[in-house]
Design a protein around this ligand. Structure first.
Ligand code: GLA
Length: 382
């Protein structure tokens, strides 16, 4: 059953009628550009063929009734008095979008809705952005407002920054709004210039491997890293690391406290890797692709220090398997997933071998998903 039909069926059961409106938004995988977004750098992600559907109708009052079909929970709140409910933290993302729209002067009334998702939560695949963006597209049908797609992505980012309290960049929400079938996406997070990037080879599959190890962005690590990056930029008299000149950084990095030096070196080198990867992926030679992915992972592990032993194991084991064109940590880090580029025909064997080694050597079970770059958020014709 697709997430859309799951949401529709649950809605019909719960509310005794068919939903009137719906929207769907995908999760994302970051191929290259780890923790570069809030530093004003470059990113190269793809939207996933997994996402979140939200269906429903207006209530005609201020009251909201929200149901999460995947875990059978119901949250209720009033749009005229938004209060976070610690028992239903998943509803914060919806409330956050409501709150940002209200701050922007959009009048939002009450609604009832059901949410269903197949983006694994807490795996670093942006289940939260998928929920924020699908909510924004859903609410636009109920309470029409006029915004460009990039404004919607930024509004959803603000929902996460200001309402949920995670100081994330624009990567996840951008990918969820702008996804393109069978293409990677490129974004300059400073100028917001963006475009689709077609892979030069048709035999490369994107395979995601979820270590099933804990990943919680609401933990302080993410915000601490962000603060370290900002402090390093400030040392060079800049607001963002993107504006720091590489040669000047290399000449003066010794002046920084060690943690700031390592974080900044990762971010500045990662920006170069995104540009190199954007070129490499449009070509046919897989050697530079593999080298960039391996370097990217090593940089996360040693400099940004957002990897885990499980993720390191999976990235190292993957590249020893025949047909693997590289593997690295993807997303925020501290658990979650690796992204692997794999020769299409080798995918079944790759998945079996990686899974077997993870279990036999670490005694753990991974979830492995071959996936397809997909389109961005859309309104559902119900
Ligand atoms: C999380 C954040 C993004 C980005 C990545 C790391 O997914 O939400 O904004 O910073 O981590 O690249």
């Amino acid at each position: 059953m697709t997430v859309v039909s799951k949401a529709q069926e649950t809605y019909a059961k719960q509310f005794g009628e068919a939903p009137k409106f719906g929207a769907f938004a995908p999760g994302r995988v970051e191929i290259m550009g780890n923790h570069t977004d809030y530093n004003g750098g470059f990113v190269l992600p793809a939207a996933l063929d997994k996402g979140t559907a939200i269906v429903g109708a207006s209530t005609g009052t201020d009251e909201v009734v929200l149901m999460a079909a995947d875990f059978g929970r119901i949250a209720t709140f009033s749009v005229s008095d938004l209060q976070r409910d610690p028992q239903n933290t998943w509803a914060d993302y919806v409330m956050g979008v409501v709150s940002m729209l209200q701050q922007d002067g959009v009048s939002i009334g009450g609604f009832k809705a059901v949410i269903a998702s197949d983006v694994p939560a807490g795996a670093g695949l942006s289940s939260s952005a998928a929920l924020e963006v699908s909510t924004a597209f859903f609410l636009r049908q109920l309470f029409p407002y006029d915004r460009e797609p990039m404004q919607i992505a930024r509004l959803c980012q603000r929902a996460e920054n200001e309402y949920v309290g995670v100081a994330c960049g624009i990567l996840d929400q951008f990918s969820s709004v702008f996804g393109k079938q069978d293409s990677l996406l490129f974004l300059d997070c400073l100028s917001l210039e963006h475009g689709a990037v077609k892979m030069g080879r048709s035999d490369i599959a994107v395979v995601i491997c979820d270590s099933m190890a804990k990943h919680a962005l609401t933990g302080g690590d993410y915000n601490t890293r962000r603060a370290e990056c900002m402090a390093a930029a400030a040392h060079f008299g800049k607001e963002l690391l993107r504006e720091v000149d590489w040669d000047e950084f290399v000449a003066r990095e010794f002046e920084l406290p060690e943690n700031q030096r390592k974080r900044a070196r990762h971010v500045l080198a990662e920006d170069k890797r995104v540009l190199a990867m954007r070129d490499a992926i449009q070509g046919v030679d897989t050697d530079p692709i593999k080298r960039l992915l391996i370097e990217g992972h090593e940089s996360c592990r040693d400099l940004f220090e957002n990897s885990t032993p499980e993720i390191d194991f999976l990235a190292a084991a993957a590249i020893e398997i025949e047909g693997c064109y590289g593997a690295k940590l993807t997303g925020g880090g501290w658990g979650g997933c690796t992204v692997n580029l794999v020769q299409v025909e080798a995918v079944p064997d790759f998945c079996a071998k990686l899974s077997e080694r993870y279990t036999s050597e670490l005694g753990k079970t991974a979830q492995i998903y071959p996936c397809r770059a997909s389109a961005g958020a859309q309104v559902l014709e119900l």
